[in-house]
Design a protein. Sequence first.
Length: 276
Amino acid sequence: MKAKLHRQTKDKITWLSPVGYRQSETYCSVDTTEYCLMYQQGNIVVNKDADDKLLYAGKACSETDKRFNSSYSSSSVHNYNGGWGAGFGLTFDKMIQWIVEEIEPYFPGETLEVRTSYYYLATDETPRINPGFKYKCDDVGRERKYNINKPSFLQMSEYEDLNEFISWFRANGFNVEVVDDMYSNNEDKTTINCYGHDLFIRLSTKLSGRSISYGDFLQYEHIGRFAKISRMEQLPRPTSIDELSQQVYSLIQSKFKEDEPATNGNDLHSMGQETT
């Protein structure tokens, strides 16, 4: 396996240091054009921007796949603000294997810079030396295959009114995540996060101890605009499937008006009329 990898990758590697300074281990990160990828055991490289598009389209992505931990913070893609990161210290062979299997296919044509966890300081006789190397990715990439099998994206809630909404969303092109939580007053709360048609829609159980809460509203945001829950746009909480379908239909139509006319108008129209 090692010999085969070395033959396949030999011409793709450009060393950044003289022979005597090259390392057999301590490789910890890979710089791409946009990211610094830090190796973490068991994690897989995810392109967040591309993944968001899949999520908001109601399609399978890393968020819906049980192979991935929840939230992007656990993926191997981080917006890393420069500097030298302390990593696990991979050997050269392990780093090449990680690049070939999990990085190169998803960053076609890019030149990666592979870093170690340290560098050689400059002396009177030599400049500072980076013992890492550059790696030229193949021009042809491949698409990662995801599943919708994470339990939170398959389950129903304990609340009948939310279950009606969950069933409607899932039947109309949305992925629905059911999140059980607890308010500060120890009152149980369930939130459904619905992703589809370039929308993020959020509904929660109502709080009995407060005059007003997020549970009194349908919260929503279009793709690329989400900042945090408290800043989401709000509509009155729907009281029926008819009302919910009209609200969602209007939100989808408003998105198309901002961008371009919908090409699947018949499907959207039927959504607005559907009551089952």
